[in-house]
Design a protein around this ligand. Structure first.
Ligand code: FAD
Length: 413
């Protein structure tokens, strides 16, 4: 892969650097022109297939891992280049990042890049970045969501393999994933945070059963995952045995910053809601105008928060979550009675949740889906607890089980 541009950690407005950045933008625009066909709805291929084709082309063009080290298949470029890429993509109406590959690209792969062994990096980064492998995140369990460290999925060493037994839930994309980043308990005799390991689970094996969960949106994005004697090679541990909590937090930081900065589930876009208000003849109403102004303001605030370096990822995530709820509430009022209809609404039905094309989706899909913003990636309450404790320095929540060996912590039967 070509690496013709300089590596630098420090953004700079030096004229040479500006010229290099402009050359990079031109490279990105040329690439996007070349792959427009691949990403088009008109191709008739599924969202996943289009995403896979796009990612392969992007990786092969040297644009799939702009900020990854060169030895891991990347370009080793700084944040200005990833931002420039993002800006070019969004200015041309592409939205492929989230189409089934976001959990790998935004969460699992950066964690393996930063924390994984050389073998894991060599095995997983390239196929993940090219879209050859799809990833899911096996964290939440029926009894461990916000209290994630209370998880009870068990991994036991058996020769040169781990054997995994337990259940996960809410697992986005598990029904088409090749690999899952798994949190499992490997030691029950130490306090709960200390006995967890992060492993890479091959999803397509007899010990793994995936059952889709149908949502009120009419689609099944989530799944239950049952593991009964599932097998994992002994060295597919990210970070090290017992170091899973630290790995889990590192991955969650990637998840929250990706959600905050525009990855994953999207609020109904403000410009579509303004179009809706226009077509409903409602733009003169003072209350409608006020709502639209709040939406425009929220959109701007989120953009500006993302320009700030070093901001705690829970802050933009909370803003995104509030924006998602507000957008849904305003849309419900404007689209009524069509907002409640599932068929025959003005947006058509081609791709649930895809508001990027004129024939995007039901308003009702976006309205129902908006409840997920304040849950996925950690609930609003948990984000606020995190900000209170880690940013404001408030006292920590009481945790009577913190020092107890996990085997002695009272649990539901
Ligand atoms: C769209 C979406 C996608 C998801 N994708 C995945 C995925 O791919 N992989 C995965 O592993 N998980 C996934 N999840 C699960 C998600 O991480 C959990 O739903 C979330 O962490 C909350 O856990 P819970 O549902 O068990 O709720 P609970 O933890 O039971 O919380 C119930 C309520 O209690 C509140 N609460 C709990 N503890 C506290 C506290 N200490 N202080 C204040 N309030 C508290 C919560 O805020 C919430 O309102 C997804 C969820 C959604 C909605």
């Amino acid at each position: 892969m070509a690496n013709t541009l300089p590596v630098s950690d420090e953004p700079s407005s030096h004229p040479v650097h500006d010229r290099e950045l402009e050359a990079f933008r031109t490279e990105v625009r040329d690439f996007l022109d070349r792959v427009r066909e691949l990403t088009s709805h008109a191709s008739g291929r599924s969202t996943l297939e289009r995403g896979r084709a796009y990612l392969a082309a992007r990786f092969d063009a040297g644009l799939g891992a702009i900020d990854y080290p060169v030895e891991n298949g990347g370009r080793g470029l700084d944040r200005r280049y990833t931002e420039a890429f993002r800006a070019e993509v969004s200015s041309r109406g592409f939205d492929l990042h989230a189409s089934g590959f976001g959990i790998g690209l935004d969460m699992c792969l950066p964690t393996i890049r930063d924390q994984g062994s050389e073998d894991l990096r060599a095995r997983f980064l390239r196929p993940g970045l090219r879209g050859d492998d799809v990833w899911c995140q096996l964290y939440s369990e029926p009894g461990a969501g916000s209290d994630l460290a209370g998880l009870t999925t068990r991994a036991v060493r058996d020769g040169d393999e781990w054997v995994v037994t337990g259940q996960k839930v809410w697992t986005t994309g598990a029904n088409y994933a090749d690999f899952g980043i798994l949190l499992a308990r490997t030691d029950w005799d130490v306090p709960k945070h200390a006995g967890i390991s992060m492993l890479v689970l091959p999803m397509r094996q007899p010990g793994v059963e995936v059952r889709p969960l149908n949502q009120m949106t009419g689609v099944a994005h989530f799944n239950e995952v049952f593991m009964d004697g599932a097998r994992i090679p002994a060295d597919w541990v990210v970070g090290g045995e017992g170091d899973g909590w630290r790995m889990a937090v590192a991955l969650l930081a990637h998840e929250r910053s990706s959600i905050g900065s525009g990855g994953g589930r999207q609020p109904i876009p403000t410009d579509r809601i303004i179009d809706l208000a226009r077509s409903a003849g409602r733009t003169a109403g003072p209350l409608v105008r006020q709502d639209l102004a709040r939406l425009v303001t929220g959109t701007r605030i989120i953009q500006w928060l993302n320009l700030r370096q070093g901001i705690h990822p829970s802050i933009p995530k909370l803003w995104r979550s509030a924006q998602g709820r507000l957008a849904s509430q305003v849309t419900s009022g404007l689209a009524f009675p069509g907002g409640a209809a599932w068929l025959g609404d003005p947006m058509g039905t081609t791709e649930p949740g895809d508001f990027t094309s004129a024939d995007g989706s039901h308003w009702s899909y976006g309205i129902c889906d908006s409840r997920a913003h304040s849950l996925g990636g950690g609930t609003d309450e948990v984000q606020k607890n995190t900000l209170g404790e880690r940013v404001l320095g408030l006292p920590r929540e009481p945790a009577p089980d913190r020092g107890l060996p996990f085997s002695q912590v009272p649990k539901n039967a």
